[in-house]
Design a protein around this ligand. Structure first.
Ligand code: PEP
Ligand code: MG
Length: 913
C-alpha cells in the first residue's frame, strides 16, 4: 500500500499534517484542529479523514478506497503514542470521538459519536485509571446511547414522544428519586448500561459491538452517511451549500469534562454574537460532557458571569486562548472546550455565526481595533449582505409593550438569543408549524419547544420566532435562529411545555396551540397575547426621523459601514418606486435614482377614467378619457422629480394587460358597476359587458400588454410622454434638476421601440415648443423577452438605455408563469431540480446568458450604453453580484433592499479585483 494516496491527516503533540488552508478537504473542524495544533493551542490528538473519502463512500455503496484502513491504523497508533493511552487497554484505555466536519459549518446537522472504545473490559480500566467509577459507567451509558441512536438508529418510533434511551434514563432517575443524570450512582448506571444493551438487542436483533476498532469504523460510516440525511440536505439547500462537497470525519482522543468538580465543558465566543458586544462569553457546565451544553438538557451557566469566580485559572486560560485565536484568525471565534482536571483543551474553533446586528458591530469594531481593514470588514463571509435585513427588523412598539406589561401579560423571561420582536400563534411542533404556514402563509407563528433539535429546522424556517424552555445562548435553537435572523428566546425555564396536551403554561396561565404569544428577542421577555411591532433604529433614524443619529450606536455603525461600502462599489443602486414617499425612503437608504416607476400603479387610483378609456371604441372619446388622466399623471411625476431632487428617474410607459382594470370579475364583484359605466359613456349595459368580455385573454401575461398597448392605442403613450415632459418643465422651473428617462416595456422588435420613441419625441417637442423650455431626457427600453436580448444590437440603435426586466425575462426564458409557478417550485427546490427559486435569484445559466448577450449586443452598437436591472432580482445579493460581473451600470430594487444591494455590490467589486 506504499503508493496509496494520502487519506488520513494526523494532528497532535504540536504537529499536524493539515492546516487551515485545507478546509475544502479536511472540513472546517479538521483544518482548524490542525491549525490550532500548529500555533500551539492545546488540542487532543487525532486525525481527519477528508471529504473526498465521504464522496467515495457515498458513490460506492458505503465502501472505502484501498489503503485507507492501513492509514487509519497507523494514525491510531500515533494518537495512542501522543496521548499515552491504548485502545481497548485494560490499564489505560484510549477513548475517541468521531465527528463530522464539512467545509462550511452545518451546526448539528450531521452525526457525532463520543466515548468510542468502551466495552465491559475497558470501562473497568477507565474506572480504575480515573479513580471514578461513576464517571466510567456514565461514559459507557452515554456511549451506548449515542452509538445506539446515531449508528444503530435506535430512536423514537412513530407515535413515541421520547427517545427510548431517554425514557429508560428518566425511569431510572424517577426510581432513584433524583433530578439530574449526574446524581445517579455507579450501580444505577451499570444497571442502565445493561438495560440499554437489552433495548439495542430487542430493537435491532444484534448485540452491541464490543471491539473498539469495529466501533470506530461503524461510527466513521455513520458520520459519512449523515451527510445525506434529510436535515443536512434541507440545510444545504437553504444555505446554498453544494451536495457534492461531502463531510470530513474527525477521529480524536477524548478528554473529559465530567471527571469531577475541577472539570467542565463549554462553548465560548470571543465576543458576543447576538449584539456584537466585545468580551469573551459563552456557556459552561461543571462536571459535564460537551453535548450536555449544546443539547440544552441542563441550562448552563454563563462564562462571563460566574466562571471567573468558580475557576479563575481556567477563566484566564480561556481568555488568553480567545485572544490568541482572534489575533491569528482576525475574526470572532466560536470555540468548544473541555476542562479536564483544571487544564483547558480545545476541541474546535471556527469563525462564529452571528446575527446581522453583531456582524455589523463586530466588523466595524475589528477595524477600529486595528485587527482588520475596512476592505476586510466588507467581506461576504463577515457580513452576508442579506443579514443587513436584521438591522432593519421590527422591534416591539414601546407603547404596545408597556401596555402588555401593565396588563400583567408578562408570562416569563428567558435568555435573549436572537434579536427582533415576534408576535404570532403558538405552535408546538415543526410539522404543525409547516402545516399552518402552508394553510395561512400570512399568519405569524411562534414555535415553542422544550428544546429544539435539527429535526425542528423546517418548523423554525416558517416561524417568526422561536421560544424554548431549556438550553443556553449556544444551544441549537439559539445558533440556528441567529443564523436565520429569527427572533429567539431560549432557556425559559418557567415554561412548562406539554406536547401531548398541546399547551404551554407558567403557573396557572395556560396557552393553547393557536393562541397569540409575543417574544422580545432583545430582552428575553415573553408576553401572552399580541404586541404590535415597530421598525428598527436604523429605520427610525433614516426614515421616521424619530431618533437622532447620535442617539443610536447601531445607526452610527451602520452608517460607518455604508461609507466603506460606497467607497468600494462600482455598481449604482437605484430603487423601484412609484410614489414620492417611497422615493424619499429609498434615497434615505442610499438610492441614487429611480430605476423603475411603474406608471400603472398611478392609474389604479383613477379607475373611472381608465375604464372609460378602455371601453371607448371611438378614438375621440378615448382621447378625451386619456386627456382626463393627464393632470393626475403630471402631478405624480412632478412629485417624483421633486423627491429625487436631481437624480435620474426612469418612468416606464403603461404595461399591464387592460383586463387588470376592467374584467368580468370586476363587474361580478361590484354590483352596479356595469350600469355606472354605461351611464358614464352613454352606452348600453350589454355593450359594457361585451366590450369587457373582448378584453379577456387566456394568457394575459403574454397578451396585449407592454408596448403593445401603446402601439395600438398611441394616445396613451402620447399622454404619458406629455405628462412626463410637462412635469419636468414644471419642476425644472422650480430650480430642481430633472433627468427623465422614458422606458418602453416588453419590446421584442426594433420597430416597436421605433414606434414608441417617435410618439414620445413628438409629444416632448410639442411641450418644449409650447413652454419655450427644453429638457434633456432619454428614451430606453426594457429587455424582458428573449428576442430583445437576442436582437439587442438593433434595439440599441434606437434605445438610449436598457433595463433588464428579469421578472418577465425569467418568465419568458423559462416558460414558467411568474404567477403560477408556486404550485411546483417547492417540489423543484426540495428535489434539487433547481438550485434556487429563479424568480428570487437570477438563473445565471439561462437568464444570465440572455443578459450577457443583451449587454454585448447593446454595447456593440452604443459603446457607452447605460444598462440596469429592475426585476425583483435587483435586491438579491447573488443576482446583484452577477450584475456586477455582467458589466451593468446599476441595479434597481425596493427601498428596503437598497442597503443590501449596496453591500452586495461592494462585496463583488472587492472580490473581483
Ligand atoms: C420585470 O418584468 O422584471 C419588470 C420589472 O416589470 P414588471 O414586474 O412590472 O413586469
Ligand atoms: Mg415586466
Amino acid at each position: 500500500m506504499a503508493d496509496a494516496p494520502k487519506y488520513v491527516y494526523f494532528f497532535g503533540g504540536g504537529e499536524a499534517d493539515g492546516s487551515a488552508e485545507m478546509k475544502n478537504s479536511l472540513g472546517g473542524k479538521g483544518a482548524n484542529l490542525a491549525e490550532m495544533t500548529r500555533i500551539g493551542v492545546q488540542v487532543p490528538a487525532g486525525f481527519t479523514i477528508p471529504t473526498e473519502i465521504c464522496n467515495h463512500y457515498s458513490d460506492n455503496d458505503g465502501t472505502y478506497p484501498e489503503g485507507l484502513r492501513e492509514q487509519v491504523d497507523e494514525a491510531l497508533k500515533q494518537v495512542e503514542k501522543v496521548m499515552g493511552a491504548e485502545l481497548g487497554s485494560k490499564d489505560n484505555p484510549l477513548l475517541v470521538s468521531c465527528r463530522s466536519g464539512a467545509r462550511e459549518s452545518m451546526p448539528g446537522m450531521m452525526d457525532t459519536v463520543l466515548n468510542i472504545g468502551l466495552n465491559e473490559r475497558s470501562v473497568q480500566a477507565l474506572a480504575e485509571h480515573s479513580g471514578n467509577e461513576t464517571f466510567a459507567w456514565d461514559s459507557y451509558r452515554r456511549f451506548i446511547q449515542m452509538f445506539g441512536d446515531v449508528v444503530l438508529e435506535v430512536r423514537a418510533r412513530e407515535g413515541e414522544y421520547h427517545d427510548p434511551f431517554e425514557a429508560l434514563l428518566q425511569a431510572k432517575k424517577d426510581a432513584a428519586g433524583v433530578q439530574y443524570d449526574s446524581d445517579l450512582t455507579a450501580e444505577q448506571l451499570k444497571e442502565l448500561v445493561t438495560e440499554f444493551k437489552t433495548e439495542v438487542k430487542s430493537r435491532t436483533g444484534q448485540d452491541f459491538p464490543d471491539e473498539p476498532i469495529d466501533q470506530i469504523w461503524a461510527a466513521i460510516g455513520a458520520v459519512f452517511g449523515s451527510w445525506n440525511n434529510d436535515r443536512a440536505a434541507v440545510y444545504r439547500r437553504d444555505y446554498g451549500i453544494p451536495h457534492s462537497w461531502g463531510t470530513a470525519c474527525n477521529v480524536q482522543a477524548m478528554v473529559f469534562g465530567n471527571l469531577g468538580d475541577d472539570c467542565a465543558t463549554g462553548v465560548g465566543l470571543t465576543r458576543d454574537c447576538s449584539m456584537g458586544t466585545p468580551g469573551f462569553n459563552g456557556d459552561y457546565l461543571m462536571n459535564a460532557q460537551g453535548e450536555d451544553v449544546v443539547a440544552g438538557i441542563r441550562t448552563p451557566k454563563r462564562i462571563e458571569k460566574s466562571l471567573k469566580d468558580e475557576m479563575p485559572e481556567v477563566y484566564e486560560q480561556l481568555e488568553t486562548i480567545g485572544k490568541t485565536l482572534e489575533n491569528h484568525y482576525k475574526e470572532v471565534q466560536d470555540i468548544e472546550f473541555t476542562v479536564q482536571k483544571g487544564r483547558v483543551w480545545l476541541l474546535q474553533t471556527r469563525n462564529a455565526k452571528r446575527t446581522g446586528f453583531a456582524a455589523v458591530r463586530i466588523a466595524v469594531d475589528l477595524v477600529n481595533e486595528g485587527l482588520i481593514t475596512p476592505k476586510q470588514a466588507l467581506e461576504k463571509r463577515r457580513i452576508p449582505a442579506d443579514d443587513l435585513n436584521q438591522l432593519l427588523q421590527p422591534i416591539f412598539d414601546p407603547d404596545g409593550k408597556a401596555e402588555a406589561q401593565e396588563a400583567g401579560r408578562l408570562l416569563a423571561r428567558g435568555i435573549n438569543a436572537g434579536p427582533g420582536a415576534a408576535s404570532g400563534h403558538v405552535c408546538l411542533t415543526a410539522e404543525e408549524a409547516e402545516r399552518l404556514y402552508n394553510e395561512h402563509p400570512d399568519e405569524p407563528l411562534v414555535l415553542v419547544r422544550r428544546e429544539t433539535s435539527p429535526e425542528d429546522l423546517r418548523g423554525m424556517r416558517v416561524a417568526q420566532g422561536i421560544l424554548t424552555a431549556f438550553g443556553g445562548a449556544s444551544s441549537h435553537a439559539a445558533l440556528v435562529s441567529r443564523q436565520m435572523g429569527k427572533t429567539c428566546i431560549v432557556g425559559c425555564n418557567e415554561l412548562n411545555v406539554d406536547y401531548e396536551a398541546g399547551t404551554i403554561s407558567v403557573g396557572d396561565t395556560v396557552l393553547n396551540t393557536g393562541d397569540w404569544i409575543s417574544i422580545d428577542g432583545f430582552t428575553g421577555e415573553v408576553f401572552t397575547g399580541q404586541v404590535t411591532t415597530k421598525p428598527s433604529e436604523v429605520v427610525d433614524v433614516l426614515i421616521h426621523k424619530t431618533l437622532a443619529p447620535e442617539e443610536s450606536e447601531a445607526y452610527q455603525r451602520f452608517a460607518q459601514l455604508m461609507e466603506w461600502v460606497d467607497e468600494h462599489r462600482k455598481l449604482g443602486v437605484r430603487t423601484n418606486a412609484d410614489q414620492p414617499d417611497q422615493a424619499i425612503e429609498a434615497v434615505a437608504f442610499g438610492a441614487e435614482g429611480i430605476g423603475l416607476c411603474r406608471t400603472e400603479h398611478m392609474f389604479f387610483s383613477h379607475l373611472d377614467e381608465i375604464r372609460e378609456m378602455i371601453l371607448a371604441r371611438d378614438p375621440v372619446i378615448r382621447q378625451d378619457a386619456v386627456n382626463q388622466l393627464l393632470p393626475f399623471q403630471q402631478a405624480d411625476f412632478a412629485g417624483l422629480f421633486r423627491a429625487m431632487d436631481g437624480r435620474p428617474v426612469t418612468i416606464r410607459l403603461l404595461d399591464p394587460p387592460l383586463h387588470e382594470f376592467l374584467s368580468a370579475r370586476h363587474l361580478e364583484e361590484q354590483p352596479g358597476l356595469a350600469e355606472k359605466l354605461a351611464a358614464q359613456l352613454d352606452i348600453s349595459v350589454e355593450e359594457v359587458r361585451s366590450r369587457t368580455a373582448e378584453l379577456h385573454e387566456e394568457n394575459p401575461m403574454l397578451g396585449h400588454r407592454g408596448c403593445r398597448l401603446g402601439i395600438v392605442f398611441p394616445e396613451i403613450t402620447a399622454m404619458q410622454a406629455r405628462a412626463i415632459m410637462q412635469a419636468a418643465v414644471e419642476v425644472q422651473a422650480e430650480g430642481i434638476v430633472v433627468h427623465p428617462e422614458v422606458m418602453v416595456p416588453l419590446v421584442a422588435y426594433q420597430t416597436e421601440i421605433d414606434n414608441q420613441s417617435a410618439i414620445v419625441r413628438e409629444a416632448a417637442e410639442a411641450v418644449f415648443a409650447e413652454t419655450g423650455t427644453t429638457i434633456s431626457y432619454q428614451i430606453g427600453t426594457m429587455i424582458e423577452v428573449p428576442r430583445a436580448a437576442l436582437r439587442s444590437d438593433e434595439i440599441a440603435e434606437t434605445a438610449e438605455f436598457f433595463s433588464f426586466g428579469t421578472n418577465d425575462l425569467t418568465q419568458t426564458c423559462l416558460g414558467m408563469s411568474r404567477d403560477d409557478y408556486g404550485g411546483f417550485i417547492g417540489h423543484y427546490r426540495e428535489n434539487d431540480i433547481v438550485p434556487h427559486d429563479p424568480f428570487q435569484s437570477i438563473d445565471q445559466g439561462g437568464v444570465g446568458q440572455l443578459i450577457e448577450l443583451g449587454v454585448a449586443g447593446g454595447r456593440s452598437t452604443r459603446s457607452g450604453l447605460k444598462i440596469g436591472i429592475c426585476g425583483e432580482h435587483g435586491g438579491d445579493p447573488a443576482s446583484v453580484m452577477f450584475c456586477h460581473r455582467a458589466g451593468l451600470d446599476y441595479v434597481s430594487c425596493s427601498p428596503y433592499r437598497v442597503p443590501i444591494a449596496r453591500l452586495a455590490a461592494a462585496q463583488e467589486a472587492l472580490a473581483s479585483v
